[in-house]
Design a protein around this ligand. Structure first.
Ligand SMILES: Nc1ncnc2c1ncn2[C@@H]1O[C@H](COP(=O)(O)OP(=O)(O)O)[C@@H](O)[C@H]1O
Ligand SMILES: N[C@@H](CC(=O)OP(=O)(O)O)C(=O)O
Length: 404
């Protein structure tokens, strides 16, 4: 029988009334004769609450224990949703990521899905049940519970859709699709009916929470279209899929990531220190992004290497930072009050024009740019955190609103 995967985000399941409403929607789909796997996130801000609870006990909570803790949020939702479905007379069963065969690597708090063995899901579906899946979690080859990084339930949905060969993969949240900027920041952000995989991947990696970057990567690899829409307003949606290149020119979206910390290592031994820091951070499973090396040479000249980390998602960051200082002393510095503003679009760097224009635009409005990096789909600029929303609105107004 044809099957569908639907993912419901935490904002759509924040109280029991909403859980009942979602149960009715799922019952409606099941009544059409489709098999349904519903992937759920933790209710409302539950995951944030669990993180706060852990932080109030320890500044360096063990990564394994964080996963054990955070995965419980999704368990609450999945069992309540099954109870709601059963009340409606719809047979259902809740399964954890581990029970669904979501196998990951050992990288706690930010695990990658390696494979999905969906036998139990298929068996339960064959018995006519709606399968309710706890998103955001898996199990490593060492049989430890892992989580897939913030927003990781999207990844569960796409990975499962690929494994069970679902007809559709729908991801529902509180917005009716993907916009040219976060609609909660830019009032006239444009709804995008279609977005290509690479553009969406850059948007997600640069901070657009609406879809998770690993989920988009998975969708691209497995050639799964993602239909992103609003749980309670189904009038329109965004399809993320393979699109012919060269259709849309210029800046398509303006995206931000608020909590960025830049780490700068300088001095005669900058490269040696940087390599030590890289090994140390890898041991701590901290992803390092946007590495810049300035004036690194064999000469004993002062050099500088910098990189950025998204510190808000690293639960023991304060302790890791202290250990960097212990080892590197005055040669390491942290800029903790930065945000990344990214312009996204195909072939943005075919010429330097967009970068030049962006630097001038921000400077003319008193927004100091601390660093810039480019790829062929993205220009990212580090700006002071208190100016990030103003910067996003400014760039959106300049490149996108004025085009309509
Ligand atoms: N470019 C964008 N398009 C749409 N929504 C975006 C974008 N960038 C950020 N968002 C934010 O993503 C939110 C939806 O994602 P998320 O908070 O993860 O929802 P859920 O918890 O329901 O999964 C929206 O409320 C919106 O503020
Ligand atoms: N509950 C997890 C996973 C998730 O995907 O959540 P949401 O779908 O609400 O963004 C988180 O808050 O990160």
């Amino acid at each position: 029988m044809a099957c569908i995967v639907q993912k419901y985000g935490g904002s759509s399941l924040s109280d029991v009334d909403k859980i009942m409403q979602v149960a009715r929607m799922i019952a409606g789909v099941k009544a059409t004769g489709m098999d349904v796997a519903a992937v759920v996130s933790a209710m409302g801000k539950t995951t944030n609450g669990l993180v706060e609870m852990a932080r109030s006990i320890s500044s360096k909570p063990a990564r394994r224990e964080m996963d054990m803790l955070l995965s419980t949020g999704e368990r609450i939702t999945m069992s309540l949703l099954c109870m709601a479905l059963n009340e409606l007379g719809v047979a259902s069963v809740s399964l954890t990521g581990s029970q669904c065969g979501i196998i990951t690597n050992h990288r706690h708090n930010d695990a990658q899905v390696i494979e999905v063995r969906p036998f139990r899901v298929m068996d339960e579906m064959a018995e006519g049940k709606v399968v309710v899946v706890g998103g955001f979690q898996g199990v490593s080859y060492r049989r430890d519970i892992t989580t897939l990084g913030r927003g990781g339930s999207d990844t569960t949905a796409v990975a499962l859709a690929a494994a069970i060969d679902a007809e559709r993969c729908e991801i529902y949240s509180d917005v009716d699709g993907v916009y040219s900027s976060d609609p909660s920041v830019v009032a006239d952000a444009r709804h995008l009916p279609e977005v290509s995989y690479p553009v969406m991947q850059e948007m997600s990696a640069a901070g657009a929470k609406v879809l998770n970057a690993q989920a988009v990567q998975f969708a691209k690899e497995k050639k799964i279209a993602i239909y992103a829409g609003s749980t309670f307003d189904r009038r329109r949606e965004t399809v993320v899929r393979k699109l012919p290149t060269g259709q849309v020119a210029g800046v398509q979206a303006v995206v931000s990531e608020k909590e960025i910390t830049r780490v700068r290592i300088s001095g005669d031994r900058a490269l040696v220190d940087f390599r030590w820091a890289l090994d140390f951070l890898e041991g701590e499973q901290v992803p390092v992004k946007e590495v810049h090396a300035a004036d690194v040479s064999a000469d004993p000249l002062p050099s500088q290497v910098s990189f950025v980390v998204s510190a808000s998602n690293i639960y023991g960051w304060k302790d890791i930072r202290d250990r960097l200082v212990q080892r590197l002393g005055a040669s390491v510095r942290f800029d903790a009050h930065l945000s990344a503003l990214s312009l996204i679009g195909e072939g943005l760097n075919r010429t330097n024009a967009t970068l030049i224009e962006a630097l001038a635009l921000l400077e003319n409005h008193g927004i100091v740019v601390a660093a810039a990096t480019t790829t062929s789909f993205r220009i990212s600029l580090l700006v002071p955190r208190e100016k990030i929303d103003a910067g996003v609105r400014l760039c959106h107004g300049h490149w996108i609103s004025k085009m309509s």
